[in-house]
Design a protein around this ligand. Structure first.
Ligand code: OGA
Ligand code: MN
Length: 298
């Protein structure tokens, strides 16, 4: 007998993160799916344990949430994988750990800085769905920060900046910038030519809840029209504020876990693990957004 879906909040102080049980993501009926989608809107991070996920199940479930993004890495597709699944991990073609300085490992390390997926695309991602396929013996957790709680509680920072004065600011985002800053020059010229970057609102109103958040993260390079140092300082300050421990849910992965998050109001980052010792493989599908943030009302 199927149990009804249960949604238990993960944090008591803020409405952020919930654990969803009694559900099989691969075979939800329409009513259950509608409930699940409502929970995603409300809690922004959903942890769903005990799922049996292969790529086709993951893609079928993800497509119910909307059209999917395709990966920006050329070699991923060259290996015959679906372009709609992003492979994160350090396993090479023979099942061994990739070398610590391999392009793939270095590229994935960029995920260790707080970010919002695809904010460097004109229409950035809505949901990301991450399925744990091979877990390391230690480390390799994922952290999620509530940028809405960051916005709600902002008190002005070092320079006493009123958030109302920031509502019209536009930020330039680029993954070439963020990888250059965090991991070094990782893209080939052909990839670079497909990654022009994007313009995003600094303060974004979440379409599902009507509430604002600071839409920042590692891809945010500068605020348009601001002096460079001042812009970098404020962006760092906003990120640091949003990721204070009281706004963070830290996930320790268990086999069978699927975690979904809403990139329109969540920043996340992967945590390190002994990469030379343990394999970690995660498969991500990414639901495309509906609009460029600059075209959304704020
Ligand atoms: C991602 C990501 C972090 C992790 O899948 O978008 O940033 O813990 N993952 O693998
Ligand atoms: Mn990510």
């Amino acid at each position: 007998m199927l149990r009804a879906m249960q949604v238990q909040p993960l944090l008591s102080s803020i409405e952020f993160g919930a654990r969803v049980t009694g559900v099989d993501l691969g075979s939800m009926d329409d009513d259950t799916f509608a409930e699940f989608e409502a929970a995603a809107n409300r809690y922004a991070v959903l942890v769903v344990p005990d799922q049996i996920m292969d790529d086709s199940t993951q893609l079928a479930f993800s497509r119910r949430l909307g059209p999917l993004e395709t990966t920006i890495l050329e070699d991923s597709v060259a290996h015959g994988f679906s372009p709609e699944i992003a492979h994160l991990g350090n396993m090479d073609a023979s099942g061994q750990c990739h070398a610590a300085d391999s392009r793939k490992v270095v590229y994935d390390r960029g995920n260790r800085s707080w970010h919002s997926d695809s904010s460097f695309k004109t229409v950035p991602a809505k949901f990301s769905i991450l399925s744990a396929r091979i877990l390391p013996g230690e480390g390799g957790g994922t952290e999620f920060a509530d940028s809405r709680a960051g916005y709600d509680t902002w008190t002005g920072g070092k320079h006493g900046i009123d958030k109302e004065d920031l509502v019209d600011e536009i930020c330039a985002h680029s993954i070439i910038y963020s990888r250059m800053r965090n991991t070094g020059d990782i893209f080939n010229e052909s990839e670079k030519s497909t990654l022009p970057g994007s313009r995003q609102r600094l303060i974004r109103r979440h379409p599902g809840t009507g509430r604002r958040n600071f839409y920042v993260g590692s891809h945010a390079a500068y605020i348009e029209g601001w002096e460079e140092e001042r812009s970098r300082e404020l962006l760092d300050e906003l990120i640091d504020w949003c990721v204070l421990p009281e706004r963070v849910y830290s996930h320790t992965w268990t086999e069978g876990d699927v975690v979904l998050w809403d990139n329109r109001r969540v920043m996340h980052r992967g945590k390190e693990w002994p990469e030379g010792e343990y394999i970690r493989v995660m498969h991500r599908s990414t639901v495309a957004g509906d609009a460029a943030s600059i075209d959304e009302p704020n």
